[in-house]
Design a protein around this ligand. Structure first.
Ligand code: B1M
Length: 215
């Protein structure tokens, strides 16, 4: 018999938007940790990505799988993220221009919020200037987090970091991440921080702010 986690993974893969939330709830009720459930969904998305690469499925299937995962994450959210205290400052976050992927960015946003930041989420396909404007328009911005999921939008990450750094605005640190991003690339484009996943992004954000405070 399929375990509940295997079922969650399979139904995310199959894009079963209506089934996934209930299965996530059942998995939690059966004692699975929120992290295990999240990992099962991420694994499901991994399979979806592989099938897309091999031409077995197409964009619409990828999209419904993403929707199913987003529904599952909604159920998981209170279990993953604690109550934000908003005492560490504001984090402006977004997926860079030309890029529509938001599941990873949303997870990073959630974890950063639970680490104690007030999060301003600019969404996806965010033009460079919108990042700069958001830093100006919001109070106490300490972290700017830019996500990119496509090799083709890595240059947009570079442009975004450059524009923020050249804006003359100060008092914050810039973090980048997303599947194709490496620590080397992050350093090369002048980002202050990189992290491979949502959990470590929250830790990195706190570290950057702590270092800034003592500088
Ligand atoms: Co897209 N897509 N997609 N897609 N898609 C990928 C990324 C791809 C790897 C699939 C593949 O071919 N195997 C491939 C990119 C190849 C490449 O660039 N090398 C790809 C492609 C090609 C495309 C299109 C070009 C397809 C087309 O139209 N021909 C197109 C581009 C659209 C665009 O953006 N302009 C496209 C479209 C889409 C959908 C819209 C259909 C949908 C996204 C829907 C949505 O997000 N709302 C989609 C999906 C779902 C995927 C896959 C299957 C899953 C992505 C995902 O959500 N993963 C993906 C394959 C894969 O990832 N295996 C794929 C789960 C998520 C939790 O992981 O986003 O990596 P991830 O986030 C992680 C880390 O990366 C990190 O933390 C997160 C959580 O731990 N992280 C950060 C992310 N941001 C961070 C920021 C940080 C720190 C860490 O600091 C600031």
């Amino acid at each position: 018999m399929m375990s509940k986690l295997q079922e969650v993974k399979a139904q995310v893969e199959a894009g079963k938007t209506k089934l996934v939330p209930g299965l996530v709830q059942e998995a939690l009720s059966e004692g699975c940790s929120a992290t295990d459930v999240l990992n099962a969904m991420v694994e499901g998305m991994g399979v979806v990505g592989e099938k897309f690469s091999t031409g077995e499925i197409f964009v619409p299937e990828m999209l419904v799988a993403a929707k199913a995962m987003a529904k599952g994450v909604e159920v998981l959210k209170p279990h993953l993220a604690g109550a934000g205290t908003s005492s560490l400052g504001t984090c402006v976050i977004g997926t860079v221009a030309g890029d529509l992927h938001d599941i990873g960015k949303n997870l990073v946003s959630m974890m950063i919020e639970s680490a104690g930041f007030n999060v301003v989420d600019l969404g996806v396909d965010v033009p460079v200037q919108k990042f700069v404007d958001a830093i100006k328009e919001n109070d106490n911005v300490k972290i700017v987090a830019c996500s990119g999921l496509l090799t083709t939008t890595m240059p947009a990450l570079k442009e975004t970091v450059a524009a923020i750094k050249n804006s003359g605005l100060t008092g914050f640190r810039v973090m980048v991440g997303g599947a194709p991003v490496t620590p080397e690339y992050a350093a090369e484009i002048g980002a202050d921080g990189y992290s491979p996943d949502a959990g470590s992004a929250a830790i990195k954000a706190k570290e950057l702010v702590a270092v800034m405070a003592t500088a």
